[in-house]
Design a protein around this ligand. Structure first.
Ligand SMILES: NC(=O)c1ccc[n+]([C@@H]2O[C@H](COP(=O)([O-])OP(=O)(O)OC[C@H]3O[C@@H](n4cnc5c(N)ncnc54)[C@H](OP(=O)(O)O)[C@@H]3O)[C@@H](O)[C@H]2O)c1
Length: 324
C-alpha cells in the first residue's frame, strides 16, 4: 500500500502553526489491537492505514495529511443543516468530541458553522473545518474564497475543496493555492473526482490535494477508485456514508448489516462507519441528533473481522445515490 499520508496517534493535533514534514506510514507498526480482535485478525488487518487502536469512543484519531497537517478521521457533515439547527448541531458535535466539521458554500450554512465553532468553547486550533467552493463560482475564485473565509469567520480554513469537477476548476484550484501560500487556507482537496479526473488534474496543479471526498457507502463502494486515490498519497473521505438522507432507511435496515451489528451489540450506522475506517476511508456522517452523533463517534471499541468486511463488500451494487 503506497499511501503517502500517514497516521498519527495524537488526537486532535491539527492546530500546529506550521505543517510538518510528510512522513510515509510504516504499515508494519500499525497493528490494530482492538480488544476483541484476535492476534490473527490483527495480522490480517495490518493493511489498515488508520491507527484505529488509538481511537477511543468520543475521540477519533487523526491522520497526517500530505500537507503535514493532521485531520480527524471522523467528522460531522452539515449538508441540509441550516440556521439555529446548524449552530446547535456543530456545538453539540464539538461538545461530544468531534473535531472535524464539513461544510460548503452550497449548503448555505458557513455562517452558522463558523458561529458554532466560535461559540463551542473548544479552542479554534483544535478544530478542523473543511469547506468547498461550487462550480458556478470557479470563474471568479478569489471572490468565492474570500466569501468562504468571511462567512466562516474563524481565521484560517483548514481544508478547502473544489465541490465537483467543472469548467475553470484548475483556475479555481490555482487561486486556492495562492491562499495556502498566504496562510489563509492550510490544505486543499477536491470532491467527486474519480480515477481519470484525479489523474488528469494532478498534472495541472502545484499543491497536491490532501483528500478526495466522494460518495462511498455499502451500496456504492468505489472499489477501484478508493485504492487508486490512496495509492497517490491522498486521503479518501466518504460522503453519504449512511446512504444519504432519504436512502439511509434502506441501508440501515439491510439484513446483512443488521446481523453484523447485532453480533457486536452496535448499531448498523456504527458498523458502516467502522467498515469505512477499516478500509482507510474518512467519514463525515451528517446529523442534527446528538444521540446519533454520539453513536457515530463511538466506533473504537469493536473490530470487524475479515469475514465481516467481505460480507459488507459483497453488498456493493454500484448504486449511486446522487448524480455527481
Ligand atoms: N462533496 C460532496 O459532493 C458531498 C455531497 C453530499 C454530502 N456531502 C457531505 O457528506 C456529509 C454526509 O452526508 P449526508 O449528511 O448527506 O448523509 P449521511 O451522512 O449518509 O446520512 C445522514 C442521515 O443519516 C441520519 N443519521 C446520522 N447518524 C445516524 C445514526 N447513528 N443512526 C441513524 N440515522 C443517522 C441523519 O439523521 P439525524 O439528523 O436524525 O441524525 C441524516 O438523516 C454531508 O453532511 C456533507 O457534509 C458532500
Amino acid at each position: 500500500m503506497g499511501a503517502a499520508f500517514s497516521m498519527s496517534a495524537c488526537s486532535h493535533g491539527n492546530g500546529d502553526p506550521a505543517p510538518r514534514e510528510e512522513i510515509a506510514p510504516d504499515i508494519t507498526e500499525n497493528t490494530d489491537t482492538d480488544k476483541d480482535s484476535t492476534p490473527q485478525d490483527s495480522m490480517k488487518t495490518d493493511t489498515s492505514i488508520f491507527p484505529l487502536s488509538e481511537g477511543v469512543n468520543g475521540q477519533a484519531p487523526t491522520i497526517r495529511l500530505n500537507s503535514g497537517y493532521d485531520m480527524p478521521i471522523v467528522g460531522l457533515g452539515t449538508y441540509s443543516l441550516t440556521g439555529e439547527v446548524c449552530v446547535n448541531s456543530v456545538k453539540a458535535a464539538l461538545g461530544i468530541g468531534f473535531r472535524k466539521i464539513d461544510t460548503a458554500h452550497m449548503y448555505g450554512n458557513e455562517v452558522e458553522v463558523g458561529r458554532g465553532v466560535r461559540e463551542s468553547g473548544v479552542p479554534r486550533e483544535d478544530i478542523f473545518v473543511a469547506t468547498k467552493i461550487y462550480p458556478n463560482q470557479y470563474s471568479d475564485p478569489d471572490k468565492a474564497i474570500e466569501e468562504c473565509i468571511r462567512k466562516l469567520d474563524i481565521g484560517y480554513v483548514d481544508l478547502m475543496l473544489l465541490h465537483h469537477p467543472g469548467a475553470n476548476d484548475v483556475k479555481a484550484y490555482k487561486a486556492m493555492e495562492k491562499y495556502v501560500k498566504e496562510g489563509k487556507i492550510r490544505s486543499l482537496g477536491v470532491s467527486c473526482y474519480y480515477i481519470d479526473e484525479i489523474d488528469n488534474f494532478l498534472d495541472k496543479v502545484d499543491i497536491k490535494p490532501v483528500s478526495v471526498q466522494n460518495e462511498v457507502h455499502p451500496y456504492y463502494q468505489d472499489l477501484d477508485v478508493v485504492p487508486h486515490i490512496q495509492s497517490l498519497g491522498i486521503a479518501v473521505e466518504a460522503w453519504y456514508p449512511l446512504g444519504g438522507r432519504g436512502h439511509q432507511k434502506e441501508l440501515l435496515s439491510d439484513p446483512v448489516l443488521v446481523e453484523i451489528a447485532r453480533r457486536h451489540g452496535k448499531s448498523v450506522a456504527q458498523v458502516i462507519l467502522r467498515w469505512d475506517l477499516q478500509r482507510g476511508v474518512v467519514v463525515i456522517p451528517g446529523s442534527s441528533n446528538p444521540s446519533h452523533m454520539e453513536e457515530n463517534i463511538s466506533i473504537f471499541d469493536f473490530h470487524l473481522s475479515d469475514e465481516e468486511m467481505a460480507r459488507i463488500e459483497s453488498l456493493n451494487r454500484n448504486e449511486k445515490h446522487d448524480w455527481y
